[in-house]
Design a protein around this ligand. Sequence first.
Ligand SMILES: O=P(O)(O)OC[C@H]1O[C@](O)(COP(=O)(O)O)[C@@H](O)[C@@H]1O
Ligand SMILES: [Mn+2]
Length: 620
Amino acid sequence: MENIENDDIKTEIVNLSATLNLPKGTEAFISDIHGNNDKYLNIIRSGAGNISRKVSELFNGRLTTLNQKRLVCLIYYPEEVLQENENIENKDDMQQWYMDTINSMVEVLKYVSNKYPREIVERALDCKYQGIAKELLFGDLQAEDKKAYYREMVKSLVNLKMSDDFIIVLCHAIQKLAIERIHILGDLYDRGSRPDLIIKHLNESWQNFDFEWGNHDVLWMGSLAGSKLCMLNLIRISARYHNLKLLKDAYDIDLTSMIKFATNRYVPLPNFEAKIGRNDLTDEQKNIDNCVQQAAAIMQFKLEGQAIKRRPEFKMDDQLLLDKLSLDKNSITINDKVYKIEHGCFQSVNPAKPYQITHSEQVVIIDLINQFTHSTKLNEHMWFMLDNGSMYLKHNGNLLFHGCVPVDEAGNLLKLKIDGQEYAGKDLFDYFEFILKDGMRHPTTGDCFNSDLIWYLWAGKISPLFGKDKMATFERYFINDSKLQEEHLNPFFKLCRKEQFADKMLKEFGLNGRGHIIVGHTPSSKVEPIMADKKVVLVNGMSEPKSDSKIGGYTLLFDSYGMRLETLRPFTSRKQSIAEMSDVVLDKQIIEHSSERKTIADTDYGRKIKEQIEKLSAQL
Ligand SMILES: O=P(O)(O)OC[C@H]1O[C@](O)(COP(=O)(O)O)[C@@H](O)[C@@H]1O
Ligand SMILES: [Mn+2]
């Protein structure tokens, strides 16, 4: 008996020791997806550019560039591309195409899977075709004695009309194996229409991923925790980007009370026109978006005023603006200067009590927050974000978070004083993580401490997720003054150009200077994507590109040879990507390269394996 046990332990040690010598898996870092499911899938299905690179390594000199492109496009979008085959009329041509394609596909799959232990490769294959796929994948296709056997296998797949399904299984396996782990550096939610589908995809089809929460994600998590402020911001942004439908379709939140209230009390105004790049909306849809945005904005400003007054420690008094409106509400006095109000909509603001919510506003807010806190699907998705996420992550020596470590101009950590206790740097991140988790575990719709702090994460001066001195929502809606509308970035971003500062930040989180700080949030138009002698990398890859933008953002890949930042091609639609067979990557910059491959032994996972080996050895 003892011997059998010892043998099992020894086998396990052999397997684990062997795993340590495999090359390190490829990590992909993406950020600011903002609900753009198609663009997200375009990146994921392409292995963040990894697949086309592998195909060219494998087929250069054997396939023309055009045929490589065709193969790559098929791997990304097999469902759509295979449909085009219906146009091939000649049966022999068709058979030949399938045989060539399956063979090439198996080659690519072999190539991307050679980093993994067999068990992981098997897991990436759909069970329906696992037997055949394994035979083709792990067998020696060139062995003379078996050539006919393999040829017949592929031929039968074609004859039995199983080949489309089989190709799809191989393509999905290639996609999965091209990236070992995805880091999502925040802002999965808001602006785009289908964040729910991204969550669904990760939940159902991906194994290794993590979220570093963004300020927009916090609005959704905070709403589930009962924060009315988070919810009003969320609804305002949803209306601003014509996404109110998402709330009903994905989360079963009925906005009837809000829409009725808003369309009765407000008339459409130019400053509340939805920000969408299309003009196929009916007048009714436009009016709803416009009026709901106004109603939510006014409720938001009122409740924000109450929170700011309730929490003097937030030091946000400069954002109390409703009480600075003139009696006729056509102008506002800020720092002794009078500004004209453009297209005001303050009919529900009582000059005597500007932050007081009216009875009918209250009725709408209560209806909505009850629905948010009771939505089963929202509950499921936000817990998925909570369980798989954190405020920051230390992974393989790198530090990942969404925004910044709040500092002053001199680079000293800014302290947030709450309840007599000061939090700064890593402690500040840890504190907010505790509050967010606590808030979600104990949801309440009252004006509680957790809710206020969660809202602070969205818009507070010393919020690591926001990273700006103020959110100028009011000014941007109503005051035509570019100075007042400015939101200044925390000095962190400027200081990040200095290596010494980056080292100091890494040290604050217990990491050494060999690591990198990898962040999302800030568009590359504001901050360079590579700073501090390549120690700080910005991967804001997904914010909607402006219509004239020549790039579609950045993603970072970290494989066994090093790190490279990929500049993405602007993404318009899935249909167009397929039609043009366009690849995701426009350009790449090497951040780090070593001719000696990193192995699993060099990673955090490797460290865990070594610990396990030690434990097992002790049992022998
Ligand atoms: O693009 P919009 O909807 O006008 O939003 C602008 C607001 O979004 C923010 O940029 C925050 O969003 P990000 O985290 O995506 O930057 C605010 O600072 C700003 O006030
Ligand atoms: Mn952000």
